[in-house]
Design a protein around this ligand. Structure first.
Ligand code: 5GP
Ligand code: ZN
Length: 109
């Protein structure tokens, strides 16, 4: 999708968004409008619109997203206290950016 998609622009490094993690498959950055003290977005570099558009071939991407989320929870110091992982799917599910992403939120007292 490229230029028309904000998360394609961010994940390909075309913006000033700081990455907390990056590898060949995905990037992690802070949500611009955090819903909790820790609010990270785990975003594949491949443009996939939503969970509805996943194919069998995308399975390794999804599993990597979860494994990286687990590592980031440790890195941000919230693994033991706990965190929430969620994916909004299409408008009715609260999705606003139509490029697949996993939310990691944590840090409530
Ligand atoms: P969705 O509702 O699509 O699951 O979540 C999209 C998330 O992306 C929202 O929590 C929103 O705050 C975040 N977001 C939207 N635009 C930007 C941006 O330009 N930079 C960052 N870091 N986050 C963004
Ligand atoms: Zn995209």
């Amino acid at each position: 999708m490229g230029q028309a998609c904000l998360f394609c622009q961010i994940s390909s490094g075309q913006t000033s968004t700081e990455f907390l993690f990056e590898n060949d498959t995905l990037v992690v950055f802070k949500d611009i409008n955090p819903a909790a003290p820790v609010h990270l977005l785990i975003v594949p570099k491949k443009h996939i619109r939503s969970i509805n558009d996943l194919t069998e071939a995308d399975q390794p991407i999804l599993s990597e997203m979860i494994m990286v989320a687990k590592e980031l929870a440790v890195q941000r110091g919230v693994a033991e206290s706990g965190y929430r992982l969620f994916i909004n799917v299409e408008r009715g599910g609260g999705q606003v950016i139509f490029h697949l992403h996993l939310h990691l939120i944590a840090g409530w007292k």
